[in-house]
Design a protein around this ligand. Structure first.
Ligand code: PLP
Length: 360
């Protein structure tokens, strides 16, 4: 059976070699007589799997020793609440940048816990850019500044790390591990697993340890980062299979040559896809300001939207899946995460050219 190229925004493509390895382990993990899914999370075998995954992630991102790495549940969406619950630390206000739908969701949730100061918003510009840093209305009394590094729906990505005086908090759900990152610039980084890490069911949180321990009163124990950190993310039963499979993805990245190598491949994939769009004479269009185009999520429209359905149907027939844009914006979107091979992007570009030649 041949596998298709999957451009889904999430749950997204996983490396084929990782899936094959998981398949080998599925019935009988390394001859132990049981599946990873059937192991106690407290067993020596499983604890070794969990610890190795954390170590490989720390190696890949060069996570400094004073940061905790947590494997939690509830997705990135629960972080929208868990972050203010843990990081307000007696402050009554927090700064947020609004660059798209995920920023907006984080803002809406944070408003339940504090005064949100939206330092800048690109909404009036239909989320096609990142507002210039020198226009941001920063508040020195803010508990932290939150931004979405890569807006998965609008395809807008920061090309720098903001320098601010308060702890920096960033949603890296759709861009974590796509390129090297200086973790030491951040108070907290989080990412839902199902885009660029592993299967759904886990959210990765990397947090500077001095920010922990001052919890908003009434916060559930399960949502206390410190409890998670003190218990190795095993205060209760963690999503063991997602954690295990994420660990295989970390090994795959290390074997590939780490994040420098991954970034090189990702840059090449994105550059050729944007070039194909820009050189289509207007048949295809991406609206994002060039400096802030995402290297992971590439939204585009057809000049003639009545061709959208045919485009998607023909693409599927060529083994190119899940190219429909998010329901809130329409059009197309190719998510070209780490696990989407360069040949997949080449096949997409070939298809787009053929489609234009046939119907343009
Ligand atoms: C997908 C996504 C989310 C939501 O993730 P869930 O794990 O489904 O809650 C949040 N932020 C960004 C940037 C995303 O891409």
């Amino acid at each position: 059976m041949t596998r298709a190229y999957n451009f889904c925004a999430g749950p997204a493509a996983l490396p084929q070699s990782v899936l094959s390895e998981a398949q080998k382990d599925l019935l009988n993990y390394k001859g132990k007589g049981l599946s990873v899914m059937e192991m106690s999370h407290r067993s020596n075998d499983y604890v070794a799997i969990a610890e190795e995954a954390e170590k490989d992630l720390r190696d890949l991102l060069k996570v400094p020793a004073n940061y905790k790495v947590l494997f939690l549940q509830g997705g990135a969406s629960l972080q929208f609440a868990q972050i203010p619950m843990n990081l307000l630390r007696g402050h009554s206000t927090a700064d947020y940048v609004n660059t798209g739908m995920w920023s907006a969701k984080a803002i809406a949730e944070a408003k339940k816990y504090c005064d949100v100061n939206v330092v800048a918003s690109d909404e009036h510009n239909k989320f096609r850019s990142v507002p210039a840093f020198d226009t941001w209305n920063l508040n020195s009394k803010a508990a932290y500044l939150h931004y979405a590094e890569n807006e998965t729906i609008h395809g807008v990505q920061f090309n720098y790390i903001p320098e601010v005086d308060v702890p920096l908090v960033a949603d890296f759900s759709s861009s974590i591990l796509s390129q090297p990152l200086d973790v030491s610039k951040f108070g907290l980084i989080y990412a839902g697993a199902q885009k660029n890490i592993g299967p759904a069911g886990i959210v990765l949180v990397i947090v500077r340890e001095d920010l922990l321990g001052e919890l908003l009163p009434g916060t559930p124990t399960m949502l206390d980062y410190k409890v998670a950190a003190d218990n190795g993310s095993m205060y209760n039963t963690p999503p063991t299979f997602s954690w295990y499979l994420s660990g295989l993805v970390f090994k795959w990245l290390k074997n590939l040559g780490g994040l420098e190598k991954m970034a090189e491949i990702n840059q090449r994939k994105a550059a050729k896809l944007y070039a194909a769009i820009d050189n289509s004479g207007g048949f295809y269009h991406n609206p994002v300001v060039k400096n802030y185009r995402s290297i992971m999520n590439v939204p585009f429209t057809l000049a003639d939207a009545s061709l959208d359905k045919t485009f998607l149907k023909d693409a599927e027939a060529r083994g190119l899946l899940n190219l429909a844009g998010h329901r809130s914006v329409g059009g197309m979107r190719a998510s070209i995460y780490n696990a989407v091979p360069e040949e997949g992007v080449d096949a997409l570009i070939d298809f787009m050219k053929d489609f234009q030649a046939k119907l343009g």
